[in-house]
Design a protein around this ligand. Structure first.
Ligand code: FAD
Ligand code: NAI
Length: 471
C-alpha cells in the first residue's frame, strides 16, 4: 500500500452532492480529494438520472409533437421516422459534455479526482481500491460521505436491465417495447412512461395509492395530470398492487389486484419498469470500522450541520434525510463546506422545488393543500387556468393551471402548484417568493411581461385575495 496522503477534506462519491462540495471546497482553499468509482463524475443525476431522462423527454416530446401536433399549426410534414439509436446518441452527447465539464472544474479548482471505491479504515483514513488496479490511502481532517442512492428492488422480480428494468435500463432500451408495465406512478414512473409511450409503446402504470405523482404532489394537480396523461395514451391502474411476477415466459406476467384486496388480474409486458422509489446506497464503505449509524430506512444519521456522531464526518445528498433531488444535494454541499470552513451554513428545507418533466410539466414548492389543511392554518386558494392565458393560447398549449395557497390572515404564500408547459421554469419565481416570505399581493403587484405564461402565475396570486382579471 502507498503512503497516506493528507487532505483537509476527503469526499466519497462524485455525484451532485460530492462534486459540488469538492468544487466549493477547492474554491475555499481546502486541499480536497473526491473519490468516485463510476469512472465518470456527476453521479446518478448526470449519468443515469436527471440529464439523460431530460434529453429523452425533450426529444420524444418533439417527435410526438411532429407526429400529432403540427397540422393544425400549418406545418405539414411527411415521412416522420424514429431513429432510436440516434436519439440515444444525442442523450449520450449531452451526458458526456457535462461529465467532462466537471472534470475540467475539478482541475480548475485544484481538486484531486481519485477514480476508485473508497472504504473506511478508521475515522480519518479512507482506502481506495483504484479502478485501474492497486490502492491509494487518503487521510482527511474532514470527510464527507456522498454515496447517493439506488433503485429499490421489487421482491421476486430479478432486475436484468433488459426485460425487468429500473430507470437505468429505461434510459437505454435498444428498441421500443410493444407493451410496457411501470410499477410505481411516481416521478420516475411518469417521466419514463411518457418517453416510451410517445415513442410508440403501449404503457400501463400500476400505482398502489389512489393518486399518482409520488409524495408531495397536490391532489388536485395530480388528478389533472392523470387526466391529461391518460388522454396521451398512458393507461393507469391506481389503487392497485402487484402481487407477483413471472419472467419465465416470452413476456413477463404480472399478477395485480386492488390494493384493498380482491380479484386478481394478469398483465403481460415485454418490459417491466420497477419505479417504486429509491433507497440510500452505502454498500462497501466499511462503516462498521467507524461505527456511524443508519436509521430504519438505511439513511445515515446526521445532525443539523450534517455531522454524524463523529463530528468531522459529514453526510449529504441522497444517502441521508430529505428529498432525493439533485438541487437539494447541491444546496447541502455548499452548506456543508460553509460549516467546515466558517462554522455556519444554511439550507431552507421548506423551499425545495419539485418538478416532473412530463408534458405538461408539474411543479410545486412549499406545502400542498392537504398539508396546509392538516396544519390547521386558515387558508385561501387562488387558481388561474392556462386556457385563459394569452401566451398559452398562441402556443396552442393551454392545458393546466397555477394554484396558490396562502395564509388567510396574513396573505403569506404557503405553497404554489403548477401544471402546464414550462411549469418547471416558472416555479423558480415561486421559490424566490417563498424564500423571501412574500404575500400573494407582493407577487400580484409585481409587473409581469406580456404575453408570457408567467402572467398566469401573477393572476393566480391575485385570485387568492381579489379576482383575476382575465378569468
Ligand atoms: P448520486 O448522484 O447517486 O452520486 C453518488 C455517487 O457516489 C455515485 O456516482 C456512486 O458511483 C458514488 N459512490 C458510491 N459509493 C462509493 C464508494 N464507496 N466509493 C466511491 N464512489 C462511490 N433529481 C432532480 O433534482 N431532478 C431530476 O430531474 C431528477 N431526475 C432523475 C431521474 C432519474 C431516472 C433518477 C434515478 C434520479 C433523478 N433525480 C433527479 C435524482 C438525482 O439524480 C439525485 O437526487 C442526485 O443524483 C443525488 O446526488 P448524490 O450526489 O447524493 O448521489
Ligand atoms: P417515488 O417515491 O417518486 O414514487 C414511487 C411510487 O411508487 C409512489 O407513488 C408509490 O406509492 C408507488 N409504489 C410503491 N410501492 C409500490 C408497489 N409495490 N406497487 C405499486 N406502486 C408502488 O419514487 P420514484 O418514482 O422511483 O423516484 C425516486 C426518486 O427519484 C424520486 O422521489 C425523486 O426524488 C427522484 N427523481 C426526481 C425526478 C425529478 O425531480 N424530475 C425524476 C426522477 C426521479
Amino acid at each position: 500500500a502507498s503512503e497516506a496522503e493528507e487532505h483537509d477534506l476527503v469526499i466519497i462519491g462524485g455525484g451532485v452532492a460530492g462534486y459540488v462540495a469538492a468544487i466549493r471546497a477547492g474554491q475555499e482553499g481546502l486541499k480536497t480529494a473526491c473519490i468516485e468509482k463510476r469512472g465518470k463524475l456527476g453521479g446518478t443525476c448526470l449519468n443515469v438520472g436527471c440529464i439523460p431522462s431530460k434529453s429523452l423527454l425533450n426529444n420524444s416530446h418533439l417527435y410526438h409533437q411532429i407526429l400529432h401536433d403540427t397540422k393544425k399549426r400549418g406545418i405539414e410534414v411527411g415521412d416522420v421516422k424514429l431513429n432510436l439509436e440516434q436519439m440515444m446518441n444525442a442523450k449520450d452527447t449531452s451526458v458526456d459534455g457535462l461529465t467532462k465539464g466537471i472534470e475540467f472544474l475539478f482541475k480548475k479548482n485544484g481538486v484531486d479526482y481519485v477514480k476508485g471505491t473508497g472504504a473506511f479504515v478508521d475515522q480519518n483514513t479512507v482506502k481506495v481500491n483504484l479502478n485501474d488496479g492497486g490502492e491509494q490511502v487518503l487521510r482527511g481532517k474532514n470527510i464527507i460521505i456522498a454515496t447517493g442512492s439506488e433503485a429499490t428492488p421489487f421482491p421476486g422480480l430479478n432486475i436484468d436491465e433488459k426485460r425487468i428494468i429500473t430507470s437505468t435500463g429505461a434510459l437505454s432500451l435498444k428498441e421500443v417495447p410493444k407493451k410496457m408495465v411501470v410499477i410505481g406512478g411516481g416521478i420516475i414512473g411518469l417521466e419514463m412512461a411518457s418517453v416510451w409511450s410517445r415513442l410508440g409503446s403501449e404503457v400501463t402504470v400500476v400505482e398502489f395509492l389512489s393518486q399518482i405523482g409520488g409524495p408531495g404532489m397536490d391532489a388536485e394537480i395530480a388528478k389533472q395530470a392523470q387526466k391529461i396523461l391518460s388522454k396521451q395514451g398512458i393507461k393507469f391502474k391506481t389503487g392497485t398492487k402487484v402481487t407477483k411476477g413471472d419472467d419465465s415466459g416470452a413476456t413477463v406476467a404480472l399478477s395485480v389486484e386492488s390494493a384493498k384486496g380482491g380479484k386478481e388480474e394478469t398483465l403481460d409486458a415485454d418490459v417491466v419498469l420497477v419505479a417504486i422509489g429509491r433507497r440510500p446506497y452505502t454498500e462497501g464503505l466499511a462503516l462498521e470500522n467507524i461505527g456511524i449509524e443508519k436509521d430504519e430506512r438505511g439513511r445515515l444519521v446526521i445532525d443539523q450541520e450534517y455531522r454524524t456522531k463523529l463530528p468531522h464526518i459529514r453526510v449529504i445528498g441522497d444517502c441521508t434525510f430529505g428529498p432525493m433531488l439533485a438541487h437539494k444535494a447541491e444546496e447541502e454541499a455548499v452548506a456543508a463546506i460553509e460549516y467546515i470552513k466558517k462554522g455556519y451554513g444554511h439550507v431552507n428545507y421548506g423551499v425545495i422545488p419539485s418538478v416532473m418533466y412530463t408534458h405538461p410539466e408539474v411543479s410545486w414548492v412549499g406545502q400542498n393543500e392537504a398539508e396546509v389543511k392538516a396544519s390547521g392554518v386558515k387558508y385561501r386558494v387562488g387558481t388561474f387556468p392556462f386556457s385563459a392565458n394569452s401566451r398559452a393560447k398562441t402556443n396552442l398549449d393551454t392545458e393546466g393551471l397555477v394554484k396558490f395557497i396562502a395564509d388567510a390572515e396574513t396573505d403569506r404564500i404557503l405553497g404554489v402548484h403548477i401544471i402546464g408547459a414550462n411549469a418547471g421554469e416558472m416555479i423558480a419565481e415561486a421559490a424566490l417568493a417563498l424564500e423571501y416570505g412574500a404575500s400573494c399581493e407582493d407577487v400580484a403587484r409585481t409587473c409581469h411581461a406580456h404575453p408570457t405564461l408567467a402572467e398566469a402565475f401573477k393572476e393566480a396570486a391575485m385570485a387568492t385575495y381579489s379576482k383575476a382579471i382575465h378569468f
